[in-house]
Design a protein around this ligand. Sequence first.
Ligand SMILES: Nc1nc2c(c(=O)[nH]1)N=C([C@H](O)[C@H](O)COP(=O)(O)OP(=O)(O)OP(=O)(O)O)CN2
Length: 143
Amino acid sequence: MYYLETEQSFDSAHFLKGYEGKCKNIHGHRWRVVIEIQSPSLQKEGQTQGMIVDFSRLKEDLKEETDYLDHSLILEKGSLRPETLLALKEEGFLLVEVNFRPTAEGFSRYFYEKMSEKGYNVKSARVYETPANSASYGEDSHG
Ligand SMILES: Nc1nc2c(c(=O)[nH]1)N=C([C@H](O)[C@H](O)COP(=O)(O)OP(=O)(O)OP(=O)(O)O)CN2
């Protein structure tokens, strides 16, 4: 099996609804996302001969996903009162609502699924919330 890895980073704010501690407050991170893909074979001809996929394509596909979240406030659906949400929208803030608790674990699955939807055979997605703290998601091929 061949493996290929790339990474991107983005800056965004989040908070953890229902968390007893400092993470209940809106705070920011420079999130680092590391994706590893796998393939039993390599391209046989053309520009990408000998590659799983061109790094530049893999990098761009991941960047498209991280750019979507960059400089946003990421919030779990239903975690703010409707009037608060409306007020933030009226202020013109970039808000991204997600249907999971925005933890490092939640984001690792999010990026795993986003890159899988793009056709990659993803081995793992690792998301760093801080340089020392990360979570990863993968699915073993036996289900
Ligand atoms: N398993 C997880 N635990 C925590 C997560 C998470 O995503 N997965 N997230 C948080 C908070 O979002 C928080 O930002 C991180 O908390 P903490 O580790 O305390 O942050 P720091 O490393 O910056 O800690 P300092 O003590 O301020 O250096 C909490 N837990």
